[in-house]
Ligand binder design. Structure first.
Ligand code: IMP
Length: 197
């Protein structure tokens, strides 16, 4: 089976990709499983696309397999796109309950609550680079709704799902999420280019 290295140490992401791409006969292996760490990689890109490429390039320079890396986060219109690429690093030592409550506090008295989740997936192979992007649009709620999902899911009301990501089933989220949309584009690309990648 052909191998693709996923630039992450996150076992959930490996499972998610393996599952999403099961019909394509690729084995996804984590960069950590082959002894390559992303710890020293400085994610100093200005957007999700640049950060995904930075991570993919860092691993691709050390292996001969195709490499995939992703970067994602939430942007809030009234906060000029914040937390954006800082979604993970924002209040890093605090729980998501506290992070979510801080975001709602920042939007107090704010009528424009529009926000979007973004995902960029970079594929680097044989000195070629491709990026696939997905966006999910919605609004920040006034309190948390739902218990599923993770991170900012309980305060993100998805326009397409008509509920928060934390109220959606995994199946629903995996159909309409930013990650699902970017993954679908990568899926089509791999399917089309399966003889060369
Ligand atoms: P990363 O791309 O895995 O580094 O994720 C960046 C950060 O964005 C995560 O730690 C979460 O804070 C946030 N994030 C990305 N995708 C989602 C999602 O689907 N739901 C909730 N939060 C997310």
């Amino acid at each position: 089976m052909k191998k693709i290295v996923l630039a992450t140490g996150n076992k959930n992401k490996i499972k998610e990709y393996q599952n999403l791409f099961s019909s394509l006969e690729y084995e996804f292996i984590s960069s950590e499983d082959i002894g390559l760490s992303l710890d020293a990689v400085i994610e100093d890109g200005l957007n999700f696309k640049q950060n995904a490429l930075i991570k993919a390039r860092a691993i691709a320079s050390q292996v001969s397999y195709p490499v995939i890396a992703d970067d994602s986060g939430i942007t809030i219109n009234a906060l000029y796109g914040f937390p954006g690429i800082f979604s993970h690093r924002f209040m890093e030592d605090y729980s998501y309950r506290e992070k979510n409550s801080a975001i709602m506090h920042m939007l107090e008295n704010c009528s424009n609550r529009r926000a979007s989740f973004h995902c960029a997936i970079a594929l680097v192979y044989a000195n070629k680079e491709f990026v696939f992007e997905g966006v999910a649009r919605g609004e920040i709620t006034h309190r948390e709704f739902g218990i599923d999902g993770f991170g900012y899911d309980p305060i993100f009301f998805s326009y397409q799902l008509n509920k928060t990501f934390a109220e959606a089933s995994l199946n629903e989220k995996n159909t309409f999420s930013h990650r699902a949309k970017a993954s679908k584009k990568l899926f089509e690309f791999l399917k089309k280019n399966k003889d060369i990648i």
